[in-house]
Design a protein around this ligand. Structure first.
Ligand SMILES: [Zn+2]
Length: 452
């Protein structure tokens, strides 16, 4: 009497089905309180099952139903599980010599743990029914690994302490994708493609790979890059724009990385060192993405500001220059701000000059207030405020003096000291000195934004 399952020649065991195809519903002791242990299974039936299973000749196993699966020694050269159902945890340790393949399998497991050096590891179209399932590939040296169509947005996938050669992780949606302490050997390739994950962690990935490709990656909550070299790494549509949690980039080198559409989103969320921002700026500058490079430059400066805050004494010059750069042109990003500063300085000095000539000191107070407000506006970077204050300032000024003297005084190209300013050569000189400094910032900012 053989099994009723299609094309199965094994003898019947339960409900007209063989030991491999029977549903095993009665094998579990329902009263047993501890979940996820071998002990909840009927000991004798399990032993009998594995005795039969280990004596199997074939390599392709179709629609088998497995109880708790644990195997700790080499049993096969290769095995392929096709549409199998795993009722409990799957622990595989050195089970196959060459190839381990799962196709269209269903897992009720909370743990799938694989520790096996092999040539091929394929995990395709698997249905993970347990939402807290952790799939972990550990301490394995795998030449070809391919994980595809893994769709359970609550499960976790981990590569830990592995040596990989050709690895693909594609078309999947998981809660966590974590590669921790992974070595990519010489001429290896790593392709991670069409992935949506909540948390993406890459830690301690050392590599001599031909290339690493990230294609169409979307990360929703956390991103962590720690101790990785992204040489020969292509970021093709890598989207961290909508991350709600944190982004950490630590001890990571981007030297040799290629960014083809990296959607950074709000980069002020990124926890990274000044050096990381400097590298990102450098790499993006090299790839002529000046806008994003400038954003990283600003982050680099912010980090530098934090560094300077913790220092004292001889760093006062650095602090002063830093502060001036920030306020005059927002580190060469804001040409309009530096232009306003030029007008403000010119008007202010000319006003002092006129006050001296007329001996009328009534206007010192409003001018000082105006300049102070502009300074405050520049700190908060509210361009609209500064412009508004400048306009009021200008109108107020034009009400008092004629523009002609302003033109002569502020004309930067006219270096010859005018007769009417002869007695005030110091102010004239001060203006040229300060104006040249501000105009230098103006030119830098214009260049940054028009560089092609
Ligand atoms: Zn059967």
């Amino acid at each position: 009497m053989t099994c009723n399952h299609h094309n199965c020649d094994y003898s019947k065991y339960e409900n007209d089905l063989c030991i491999f195809h029977c549903d095993k519903q009665e094998w579990v002791n329902e009263d047993y309180e501890i979940d996820d242990t071998l002990e909840k299974w009927d000991k004798y039936k399990i032993e009998f099952f594995w005795e039969k299973f280990n004596s199997l000749e074939e390599n392709q196993l179709n629609q088998y139903i497995f109880p708790y699966f644990s195997n700790e020694e080499y049993k096969k050269d290769e095995v392929s599980f096709e549409e199998c159902l795993f009722l409990d945890d799957v622990i595989i340790k050195n089970y196959v010599k060459n190839k381990l393949e799962f196709n269209n399998c269903t897992f009720k497991s909370s743990t799938i743990n694989i520790k096996n050096d092999m040539e091929f590891f394929i995990f395709n179209q698997s249905l993970i029914e347990n939402n807290s399932c952790v799939i972990e590939i550990q301490e394995s040296k795998i030449i070809n690994s391919e994980i595809s169509n893994l769709k359970n947005k609550f499960c976790t996938f981990i590569f830990q302490n592995c040596i990989l050669e050709k690895c693909k992780f594609i078309k999947s949606e998981t809660k966590v994708l974590n590669m921790n302490n992974v070595k990519l050997v010489e001429k290896s390739t790593l392709i991670i493609e069409n992935i949506v994950v909540e948390k993406f962690y890459l830690e301690k990935v050392s590599q001599k790979a031909d290339y690493i490709q990230f294609n169409n990656i979307k990360i929703l909550k956390y991103l962590k890059f720690h101790k990785i070299e992204f040489a020969n790494t292509y970021f093709n549509n890598f989207n961290i724009e909508e991350i709600t949690g944190s982004i950490t980039i630590d001890k990571t080198s981007f030297d040799g990385a290629k960014f083809n559409l990296f959607l950074w989103g709000n980069i002020s969320k990124i926890n990274a060192s000044r050096d990381t921002f400097r590298q990102l700026k450098y790499v993006l500058d090299e790839q002529e993405d000046y806008i994003q490079a400038n954003n990283f430059f600003v982050m680099e400066m912010k980090k530098y500001k934090e560094e300077l805050k913790t220092k004292s004494g001889v760093y006062w010059q650095d602090k002063l220059i830093f502060s001036i750069n920030e306020h005059i042109s927002d580190f060469g990003r804001n040409w309009f701000l530096s232009m306003l500063w030029f007008l403000a300085i010119s008007l202010f000095l000319l006003n002092i000059l006129n006050l001296h000539c007329s001996n009328d000191y009534n206007h010192i107070f409003p001018y000082s207030i105006s300049l102070f407000l502009i300074y405050l506006g520049s700190i908060k970077n509210k361009l609209f405020n500064i412009t508004a204050i400048m306009l009021v300032f200008n109108l107020y000024y034009s009400y008092m003096v004629d523009y002609n003297s302003f033109n002569q005084f502020a004309n930067f190209l006219n270096l010859k000291l005018q007769n009417e300013f002869k007695n005030y050569s110091f102010l004239w000189f001060m203006h040229k000195l300060l104006a040249s400094f501000v105009l230098y910032h103006f030119v830098i900012a214009i260049r940054r934004q028009t560089k092609r």
